[in-house]
Design a protein around this ligand. Structure first.
Ligand SMILES: [Zn+2]
Length: 70
């Protein structure tokens, strides 16, 4: 799953990230552009809580949009 969210990649400056398919702690979050390793998902989650909240907000919005279409 690719999601555009902060923070920017320290290597290439892109905000697009590849998120793990699940929520298991051993998964890593990578930059979608250059494959920079942001670290383990649980670490990322703790350090960039706002990014996760942003991501969940986007997912919720997508769910709501799907519901509206019926
Ligand atoms: Zn990058």
């Amino acid at each position: 799953m690719k999601v555009k969210t902060s923070p920017e990649c320290p290597k290439c400056g892109h905000r697009m990230k590849r998120f793990p398919p699940g929520r298991k702690d051993e998964y890593h979050v990578h930059c979608a552009e250059c494959d920079y390793d942001f670290g383990r998902f649980d670490y990322f989650q703790a350090q960039f809580r706002h990014a996760i909240e942003e991501l969940e907000e986007q997912l919720q919005r997508r769910d709501t949009a799907d519901d509206d279409r019926g």
